[in-house]
Write a protein that binds this ligand. Structure first.
Ligand code: ADP
Ligand code: MG
Length: 722
């Protein structure tokens, strides 16, 4: 029986993807088809102008949705939202209501009203609010976001209709990650349109941020993972000696996908397609048992919903395939961690990519102006962008193997770099004609060179027609970094409009000359953010320091930025987050960091105490009893030396265990969350590393039969055998 059958479902069909793509979703296209004309027009007004839906329209929409959902087999519905846990949340209600109750004769019928569609009120007291609500007034509301399609999650006995919603408090304060993203899109569109109109695109109506999030993940044999409390409780290995073979052979990246993993991927893709998620690319990543899945890009808000759904799907399907999917940023020491590269661009209502060089001089000028704006936005708001990707998990990854460092910089590639340098230095810019690669093989045509070179070490790289924010962690909710990036760009677009107006008024010359001057000014003002070299080198750290770029190596340093009013003022002025919401997000970030590290600490202590120490004791006991029987002098002294090594290690292990135990108690007693965060980061983490190191040495010294945890070699290489 295939893993698919185990849920009572059919085998994925072999027909064309387009036959079943989106069959579990209900979005604008279906509304247009099913709704009465007037109701549909009212809905579009809500979407385009933010007009309130009338109760009648809401009821009409609810009725067609119910009909569709019932026909698909849905018995329940839920408001699906993204609280600040970084995960998704859902509370299910069945469609039934009591129709008739007479003595014991209770009848039910399926009902779904407009008000149930539009608004919900989950008990919000247990979601993080960062102190914006006290528990006794813990009202939280969910409101339908009609810009994102409804979808159905299948179950064994009945399916659930999921209604994408935003989640907010009594005074309209955002309690989720989605609301700021929606707000940021709105302000970005407004500011971009104003700027583009000045550039000459007088008929532009809207601008949307586009997003393609490449998701990296690990797949681990479930039966092995379940024997590792650290993987189950924290999503990463807190100890474990590196496998003798890791990624040094460079044989995994883009290698043949193991058949078992391929079967898993096919199921993930099938489920994703039915949910309307346009996943496109699948491949092996660099580390053993590491893989990647990338979708075709979409509008940023839908792409963000889709990424969270995709992460849920990856986990569910992996479980069915007897594997565990890890989206932690650094599940294993010594090999690559996982990121989520956020490919980001801007698109106007004609579908033109504003970060793509075009065929006309106007398009190219617009392209360069947009590049100049993004450069200045990243330069001006680098510290807040860094804060937006900060998490305890991502701390292990930034700066580690194959991952972008904690210093935000932008890589443009030599061609664009040359053009901008020429512009700032006033040299006439050379033609940007496509360069050609001559392969010298007669039957292979010459290939036009993608004019952007690659720099895998850059945290924010231009890749030909989009920027790739590579420093985002694999487990992140992309709404967070993308809303900050949108806000940063909207902020600079606003000042660019003002500056360009000034230049146009001052100059008697042409508009193009004024635009060129703006590009020149913005690129030279933001020059410090551009870096083409190796971001991992110490030389870059020194250089970045000289340039005055923010170097925020850890989460505590990064989230402190949220307390700097000047740094976050643009979030308030763009209305993406209010002062109170920023403050709340600061508290949530601190609290999440503290709780994450504390859980890791306690889990490590537990592992050391109940797994590692007893394993070493068993070995000591055995080695001691063997060597005590020796009479022959060579064996006797070698045996004694081994016992001595083990004893030394035992002493060390217990010493680190005691030190970390008392540090943990000390930190738990601290009153302020800030001091807790500082001690966890500066004192507890170094002690954890010492304890881990002693545990890892123990793993290498004790007999395999005494070692109670699956080792790295088993965890990382079990999939690749299939
Ligand atoms: P790369 O060569 O960088 O791997 P791809 O074309 O394969 O580039 O794209 C990587 C990701 O970038 C995909 O998810 C893709 O959909 C996304 N992407 C491509 N164009 C855009 C765009 N204009 N805006 C946002 N994302 C994009
Ligand atoms: Mg990748």
């Amino acid at each position: 029986m295939s893993a698919w059958h185990s849920e009572g479902q059919k085998d994925p069909p072999m027909n064309r993807i387009s036959d079943y793509f989106g069959e579990l979703t209900f979005g604008i296209a279906q509304m247009r088809e099913k709704l009465p004309k007037e109701a549909y027009q009212n809905l579009i007004k809500t979407l385009e102008q933010g007009k309130k839906l009338s109760p009648e329209t809401a009821d009409a929409i609810a009725s067609v949705i119910k009909e569709w959902a019932a026909q698909k087999g849905a018995t329940h519905f839920c408001h699906w939202f993204q609280p600040m846990t970084g995960l998704t949340a859902e509370k299910h209600d069945s469609f039934i209501s009591i129709q008739h109750a007479y003595y014991s004769d209770t009848r039910v019928m399926e009902r779904f009203s407009g008000s149930q569609l539009i608004q919900g009120e989950p008990d919000a007291s247990s979601f993080p609010s960062g102190g914006m609500r006290t528990t006794f007034e813990a009202r939280g509301y969910t409101a339908w976001d009609p810009s994102s399609p409804l979808f159905i999650i299948e179950g064994k006995r009945g399916h659930t209709l999921c209604i994408p919603t935003v989640f907010f408090g009594y005074h309209g304060e955002a309690l989720d990650n989605k609301t700021p993203l929606l707000r940021s899109n709105q302000v970005l569109s407004k500011e971009a349109c104003e700027f583009l109109k000045l550039l000459g695109d007088v008929d532009v109506k809207s601008v949307t941020a586009t997003l393609g999030a490449e998701q990296e993940y690990f797949l681990i044999e479930r039966s092995l993972a379940e024997q590792r409390p650290d993987l189950i409780l924290t999503g990463r290995t807190l100890l474990g000696s590196p496998s003798t073979r890791g990624q040094q052979l460079e044989d995994h990246y883009f290698g043949a996908i193991p058949s078992r993993v391929k079967a898993f991927m096919e199921d993930v893709e099938y489920e994703s397609y039915r949910l309307g998620i346009p996943v496109k690319t699948r491949h092996n990543e660099v580390a053993p048992s590491q893989f990647e899945l990338a979708p075709i890009f979409e509008g940023a808000t839908i792409a963000a919903d889709h990424n969270t759904l995709l992460m849920d799907t990856l986990k569910k399907v992996a479980y069915r395939h007897e594997m565990l999917c890890l989206t932690h940023e650094k599940p294993f020491a010594g090999i690559n961690g996982s990121g989520k590269h956020c490919n980001w661009s801007l698109c106007n209502d004609k579908g033109e990519n504003l970060l793509e060089p075009g065929n006309t001089p106007h398009q190219n000028l617009r392209f360069l102006a947009m590049i100049a704006v993004v450069l200045k936005a990243v330069h001006t708001h680098a510290s807040v962008l860094r804060a937006a990707i900060a998490s305890a998990g991502n701390d292990h990854r930034l700066g580690a193997n194959e991952a972008p460092p904690a210093i935000i910089s932008v890589f443009l590639g030599s061609l664009l770099e040359n053009i901008l340098t020429n512009i700032t230095e006033g040299v006439a810019s050379q033609a940007t004609e496509a360069q050609i690669i001559h392969l010298g093989v007669s039957h292979i045509p010459d290939i036009s060179k993608d004019y952007t070179d690659r720099n895998r070490t850059s945290p924010f790289a231009f890749t030909g027609n989009k920027f790739e924010f590579r420093a985002v962690g694999a487990s992140a909710n992309v709404s967070v970094p993308v809303s900050i990036l949108n806000a940063a760009v909207a902020d600079i677009l606003k000042s660019a409009t003002q500056d360009l107006r000034g230049l146009l008024a001052k100059k008697s010359g042409s508009r193009d000359e004024a635009i060129m001057e703006l590009i020149r000014n913005y690129t030279s003002q933001s020059k410090a953010i551009r870096f083409e070299g190796n971001n991992y080198s110490q030389a870059w750290r020194d250089e970045a320091k000289k340039r005055g770029l923010p170097i925020l190596s850890t989460t505590p340093e990064a989230v402190a930025v949220l307390h700097q009013e000047a740094a976050t003022a643009f979030l308030v002025s763009t209305q993406v987050l209010s002062r109170a919401e920023i403050e709340a997000r600061y508290h949530i970030a601190v609290e999440r960091y503290n709780k994450t590290i504390q859980i890791e600490l306690l889990t490590l202590l537990d592992l050391a105490r109940t797994y590692v120490v007893p394993a070493l004791e068993a070995q000591l006991h055995e080695s001691f009893s063997i060597q005590s029987h020796f009479t022959e002098s060579k064996a006797k002294s070698a045996g004694a030396a081994r016992v001595k090594d083990l004893q030394n290690l035992y002493g060390e292990l217990l010493e680190h265990l005691t030190a970390l135990t008392s540090k943990t108690q000390e930190i738990a007693a601290l009153q302020s969350e800030e001091t807790q965060m500082q001690s966890l980061s500066k004192e507890a983490i170094p002690l954890m590393e010492k304890l881990r190191f002693a545990c890892d040495r123990t793993e290498l010294l004790v007999a395999d039969k005494h070692w109670p945890l699956p080792k790295y070699r088993e965890l990382l290489f079990s999939q690749t055998l299939s």
